[in-house]
Design a protein around this ligand. Structure first.
Ligand code: ADP
Ligand code: MG
Length: 728
């Protein structure tokens, strides 16, 4: 029996999932965070002074005095060991986009050679993984070869459970000895500092004396696919590239719109519940689960958290998703575009700013004062996209996301802002006021008149905008499903900080020249919005008209990674990140190199698998079928008449032509791959892959997909879309 058919038969015979544990037996409130060395645990075990110092670090960003480290380390070790941990690890996020961990035991021996457990403040604060094999984009060539990890006390330690035991996991930043960031967490933490600094400046000017700290809040909605693992094992492309490089469109895709928010199949729901259960134990506040637009596509979304913790939790969640899926006989696909012709997967990055008392700074509010604060922060964000939208675009560039951005499913690579009808009217009225024009409804007097209520859910909610205001937060929708959210948030925090800096400076200037606070705010907000108006677009971002209009407005459209990444080489970009202390010039250059190297490597692997699968899996199957047809033709003709079996002859002709085309396209792909251009120039190399290799891959796929629709189903070796997307 054909291996695919065997898998389908086995899946069809699957029993419904057996209950592993009845989750209703333990209340969520008890379960939640039980594997986390969080604030509640620490309050119970740490001396008051130490605990309070730690609270100030986490909530107000105060540096933690090293004298507390030993106390915290001992408490952490005791807690972990009492729960069965034998090892600890400094967990970090190198520039691979993944997480990294090296485990050490708590074990040591004393002078008598007896076993003791040990974990000092020094071991908590600093680790020295032999980390010379992580990408550094050239930093390491010029500086020290080794890096070190540094404890991030603002993200809680937790226990990771293996089948044979537990490990204490300590979130850390990863730097070179000379202080260059070699990871994604360090720049994120720096960007949060920059945001805090500028947001506090603005708040003080507005008369807020109580806020001590401002942080970003982030809630990433995570999309993903599930496929039965037995199909996955039959697809070398899924195994090696994370996406299907072949596959004819299924007869039924997503056109019936019957999957979105549909009832969840029992096997999938069992997976979701196990995932949530594990996430809760790790203190990841999962809120929402549902079916997504494409068949076999789903979404999981947490309640928002502080930006740094949200980024760590999303990395952890993606790991849990992969692991839990495997336990359920699924493979969880986080790739941005695992299947052509149906929706890809993104990660909607809901983002706002919050002070240390829990006030959302993008909450429009009820009173004129609250409205004024909202208008300043909202205008700052609008300006930041107007000025730096192309930089934000670069933050989410990858070969995988290129397949998604701009396709009619995901927002385009043109980064515009959606404000909704009501808020846009407010903006227009403010802008008109600066020009002395009267608008219907009157001019808004900031700080004096109250704004009309801004609806949280506009009836016509725009799903096509890459950057949408949704009531009291912005939603950056172009982030890819597999990416770490650290980078997009680093960029977002930085550009917001930059605009808040601008607004604060401008308001101060206006006040120095004699304006009172209200008049100064009115002037700066209205002018800023006036200057930024081109970036506001409330219409359908998928239309051709918008692309033309955006071009007229001068909004960049960086369609591909190779173009987008060049933004990082621009002097203004370097100056932006340098000014706010987020990336040094050297660090930014290293990121650009890694972006491009990763792009090249991704396409190198994909093109190699494409050629390989076409040559060694598909062509042989086609030849087998061709031979069967030829034999049939010969036998029928010798039995009946020399020109009998016209249909067979025609089919053989078609298959033969396509087989020739497939073989020819493989040869062309190999030639394009061999022609390595760039001579050490990674940008030229990436461009070669983008312009020559990618189209050659597509030509191979085209011939192969056409053959899939002709060749006897019995002979076709790869699981088909209609199976992977529907049989589970
Ligand atoms: P929707 O946007 O689909 O209406 P919600 O508003 O409930 O759904 O939230 C979607 C996501 O946005 C959730 O992950 C939620 O936690 C997050 N979110 C809500 N408020 C904020 C905020 N102030 N800052 C960041 N994320 C937020
Ligand atoms: Mg969604």
């Amino acid at each position: 029996m054909n291996a695919r058919h065997e898998v389908v038969r086995k899946i069809s015979e699957l029993a419904p999932p057996a209950p592993a544990e009845d989750y209703s037996k333990r209340p969520l409130t008890e379960l939640y965070g039980e594997n986390v060395f969080g604030m509640a645990v620490m309050r119970g075990v740490l001396p008051k002074k130490t605990y309070q110092a730690l609270v100030r670090t986490v909530e107000q960003g105060e540096a933690l005095d090293a004298s507390h480290a030993d106390t915290i380390a001992t408490a952490m070790k005791d807690w972990a060991i009492s729960r069965g941990a034998t090892h600890y690890t400094h967990w970090f996020q190198p520039m691979t986009g993944l997480t990294a961990e090296k485990h050490d035991t708590f074990l040591n021996y004393n002078e008598e050679g007896r076993a003791i457990t040990e974990f000092s403040g020094k071991m908590l604060i600093k680790g020295e993984p032999d980390a010379s094999s992580f990408p550094s984009g050239g930093i390491r060539a010029t500086f020290e070869a080794r890096g070190y990890t540094a404890w991030d006390p603002t993200s809680p330690a937790f226990l990771m459970e293996g089948v044979r035991g537990k490990t204490l996991v300590i979130p850390t930043a990863f730097c070179s000895w000379t202080g260059e960031a070699l990871d994604k967490k360090t720049p994120l933490l720096r960007s949060l500092e920059a945001l805090n600094k500028q947001a506090l400046r603005v708040l003080r000017i507005l008369g807020n004396t109580h806020a001590k700290r401002v942080t970003s809040t982030v809630g990433p909605e995570q999309e993903y696919f599930l496929v039965d693992r037995r199909f996955y094992w039959l697809r070398p492309d899924l195994i090696n590239a994370g996406r299907t490089l072949f596959g004819a469109r299924p007869p039924k895709g997503q056109e019936m719109e019957d999957h979105y928010f549909g009832s969840i199949r029992p096997r999938v729901l069992a997976f979701m519940m196990d995932l949530e259960h594990e996430a809760y134990r790790l203190g990841i506040p999962i809120k929402t689960r549902h079916n997504e637009v494409s068949p076999a596509q789903f979404e999981v979304a947490p309640i928002f958290e502080r930006g740094n913790v949200a980024a760590d939790h999303n990395m952890l969640l993606m790991e849990l998703m992969r692991g839990t899926a495997q336990k359920h006989g699924f493979e969880c696909l986080l790739h941005e575009k695992p299947f052509a012709g149906v929706n890809g997967s993104g990660k909607h990055n809901n983002w706002s700013m919050m002070d240390d008392q829990g006030n959302n700074l993008l909450e429009p509010g009820q009173t004129p004062e609250e409205n004024a604060q909202f208008l300043v922060f909202m205008s700052a964000v609008v300006r930041s996209i107007h000025k730096w939208g192309h930089v934000l675009r670069a933050s989410i560039a990858s070969a995988a996301n290129d397949h998604r951005l701009g396709a009619n499913e995901a927002p385009p690579a043109i980064i515009s802002v959606y404000l909704g009808e009501r808020l846009t009217e407010v903006v227009q009225s403010l802008v008109a006021g600066t020009k002395g024009q009267k608008k219907a409804g009157g001019v808004i007097d900031i700080g004096v008149s109250a704004l009309p209520p801004i609806p949280k859910d506009e009836s016509d909610r725009n799903r096509t905008s890459p950057f949408a205001f949704t009531g009291n937060k912005f939603e950056f929708r172009a982030v890819g499903a597999s990416m770490s959210i650290a980078r997009p948030n680093t960029y977002l925090n930085t550009i917001a900080a930059d605009s808040l800096d601008f607004m604060a400076t401008e308001i101060e200037k206006a006040m120095k020249s004699g304006k009172d606070l209200h008049a100064a705010v009115q002037k700066v907000v209205s002018e800023t919005l006036g200057d930024s108006q081109r970036i506001i677009f409330n219409g359908d971002n998928y239309t051709k008209e918008w692309h033309a209009e955006a071009e007229k407005r001068g909004i960049p459209n960086l369609r591909h990674t190779v173009d987008a990444v060049e933004v990082l080489a621009q002097p203004e970009t370097k100056e932006l990140f340098r000014r706010h202390g987020v990336y040094s010039e050297q660090e930014l250059a290293s990121r650009r190199t890694i972006f491009l190297e990763t792009y090249v490597k991704t396409l190198h692997i994909e093109s190699s698998i494409t050629a390989n699968m076409a040559q060694t899996i598909l062509l042989p199957a086609v030849f087998g079928y061709q031979r069967g047809l030829a034999l049939t033709l010969r036998d029928v003709r010798s039995t009946l008449a020399p020109n009998a079996a016209g249909a067979t002859a025609k089919l053989l002709q078609q298959v033969t032509e396509l087989a020739d085309r497939l073989q020819g396209s493989i040869a062309k792909l190999e030639a394009a791959r061999a022609e390595v251009e760039g001579n050490g120039d990674v940008a030229a190399h990436a461009r070669h892959y983008r312009e020559k290799v990618l189209p050659a891959m597509e030509a191979v796929r085209e011939a192969a997909d056409a053959l899939e629709l002709l060749v006897d189903d019995e002979w076709w070796p790869l699981p088909k879309y209609r199976e992977m997307l529907f049989v589970y």
